[in-house]
Design a protein around this ligand. Structure first.
Ligand SMILES: [Zn+2]
Length: 256
């Protein structure tokens, strides 16, 4: 069985993160009501990004978590599909981010991995080199636009690359097993029981073999890596992250 770990942010007593989001373009969240078939859920996903930069004026900047009525959302989705030349049936999830990540950097000293957004992380060149050198899979690289904070105007700024996690683990195998209900035809929301799971593991027949990946709902907000990734990118060599076993992750989740 392939052993997996969650990767998450950590400062380990060092300096805090020094980058933060400067602007976000993308899909708003949705309040799914007002149309036939609406499920009534209000949600925003915010764990994914399409790296294609939308033409100016075709997409809006939304506050994190801002939710609009279903009708407004569907109009925006149509506009975005056209702007990005996406197929008509392409599912644009509420909260999806678009274009390259724009961040501000407030310090010359940065962590090797920083997490300016909830949905993922960016890496400094030394860490990117290590990831490439070990041939790790399951992501796309997207250039990050770094702006200087006022205190950095005359200083060189670090180069960061966003790691967009594209690897797929399918549905997680849990105890008790997941009960998957059909998705809402309007917004794609999948209702899940709020269950305390005692185990979580990978079903290799659903996994695409990536070293870094996400599971489907309800674990899509977590990023997982394989033992191969963990051995190649040790916590002791880089900073800004830590690994957690699935048991540790489930225990923390049950306390929320
Ligand atoms: Zn819905």
């Amino acid at each position: 069985m392939t052993k997996i770990y969650r990767i998450t942010r950590a400062f380990r007593g060092k300096m805090p993160s020094s980058t933060y989001i400067e602007r976000e373009l993308g899909m708003p969240g949705i309040k799914c009501e007002g149309l036939a078939g609406c499920c009534g859920a209000t949600w925003s996903d915010a764990v994914a990004r399409i790296a294609t930069e939308p033409p100016p004026g075709t997409c809006n900047a939304y506050e994190f978590g801002a939710c609009v009525p279903a009708e407004v959302f569907l109009k925006q989705a149509e506009k975005t599909r056209r702007a990005l030349n996406l197929p008509r049936d392409y599912e644009l999830r509420p909260g999806l981010n678009l274009g390259r990540l724009h961040i501000k950097c407030s310090s010359m000293k940065t962590l090797a991995m920083e997490w300016p957004a909830l949905f993922g992380f960016i890496v400094r060149e030394d860490l990117l080199d290590a990831i490439r050198r070990h041939g790790l899979s399951g992501f796309e690289e997207s250039e990050v636009i770094v702006k200087r904070a006022a205190n950095m105007l005359l200083k060189p700024i670090p180069k960061f690359t966003e790691i967009l996690v594209t690897g797929k683990g399918g549905w997680a195998v849990t105890d008790p097993p997941l009960i998957i209900k059909p998705a809402c035809p309007v917004c794609g929301w999948v209702e899940m029981e709020e269950t305390a799971y005692s185990t979580l593991s990978l079903d290799e027949s659903q996994w695409d073999g990536s070293d870094i990946f996400r599971f489907n709902h309800p674990f899509d907000g977590y990023i997982f890596v394989t033992q191969r990734w963990m051995d190649a990118i040790p916590e002791s060599k880089f900073d800004g992250f830590r690994y957690e076993t699935t048991d540790e992750m489930l225990l923390a989740r049950s306390k929320v």
